[in-house]
Write a protein that binds this ligand. Structure first.
Ligand code: DBV
Length: 248
């Protein structure tokens, strides 16, 4: 069992019991991809597996699970709400590289500086955030241009010990997902056309940033080549732009 498999298993089974999940199409060739990397006794098979679902309120729930031995494990899990809900994104980037673990967990706001929005989607989870942050110290600098996309409840940490990932980070992941599904349950559809436009704008801003700056791009290119990587990023991981242009 690899490091993030229990996270993925938990997320899928928890969502299955709390949401009306339907499959979300994964483009052909992207459900699973593997490559053999490294030389001699450092050879490893790196396999990337994709999962995707949707619900009436959630446009795309998707995970990318990269498994390449003890020193290369990634679970990137994002939930993109439908465009007629003001819900934040659920964003988890759980990364293990030869240099160590890097954990990003947040409910990423559509409108970070809007106080009413913060009162609704950040303040209720601050106690949970502080409880976890006590054990998971701040991970230090991260790209300044990414800051608008994170909430004040952004859990960002670089644990030294794998056991911390297995216990504290796993507990935080479960709590954040549970809190997120509570928000989803309570969310009501928006019909005001100005609000709808501002949601679409905010989703596109987020999505373009993530697609353009995807920190996994270099890794995927090395393993699977440029063409596969760009198609994976724009056609699956961050696909909103294409979905919008295909209906309008
Ligand atoms: N990150 C992704 C996807 C990944 C992925 C789709 C499927 O968005 C993995 C894989 N993240 C990944 C890897 C690294 C990071 C780093 C492999 C390490 C890159 C490296 O060191 O070579 C949060 N992820 C990071 C970093 C941050 C995040 C801040 C470190 C800084 C950096 O290298 O850029 N999550 C990430 C992020 C946003 C987010 C930038 C922005 C909104 O939600």
């Amino acid at each position: 069992m690899t490091l993030y498999q229990p996270f993925l298993d938990h997320a899928i089974s928890y969502m299955k019991s709390h949401l009306d999940l339907a499959p979300y199409p994964i483009p052909e060739g992207f459900e699973s991809k593997s490559a053999v990397v490294g030389k001699g006794k450092h050879q490893e098979t790196v396999i990337t597996t994709s999962y995707a679902f949707q619900t009436p309120k959630l446009r795309q729930i998707r995970a990318a699970h990269v498994q390449g031995g003890k020193a290369l494990q990634v679970l990137n899990f994002v939930i993109f709400p439908q465009l007629n809900y003001e819900l934040p994104f659920f964003g988890a980037d759980l990364v293990t590289l030869p240099g160590g673990h890097l954990i990003a967990l947040d409910m990423q706001p559509l409108f970070r500086d809007d106080l009413a929005y913060q009162a609704k989607y950040t303040e209720p989870i601050l106690p949970m955030f502080h409880a976890h942050q006590e054990h998971l110290t701040w991970g230090g600098d991260f790209p300044e241009e990414a800051q608008p996309f994170f909430s004040p409840a952004f859990l960002w940490t670089r644990p030294q010990e794998t056991s911390v990932v297995e216990t504290r980070v796993f507990a935080a992941f479960q709590d954040y997902l549970q809190a997120y599904l509570n928000f989803v349950e309570q969310a009501e559809a928006v019909s005001n056309s100005k609000t709808l436009q501002s949601i679409e704008d905010a989703q596109l801003r987020y999505l373009r940033y993530r697609a353009e700056k995807d920190p996994a791009r270099g890794m995927f290119k090395r393993f699977y080549g440029e063409e596969w990587t760009e198609e994976y990023i724009h056609g699956f991981l961050f696909d909103l732009e294409r979905k919008i242009s295909s209906v309008s």
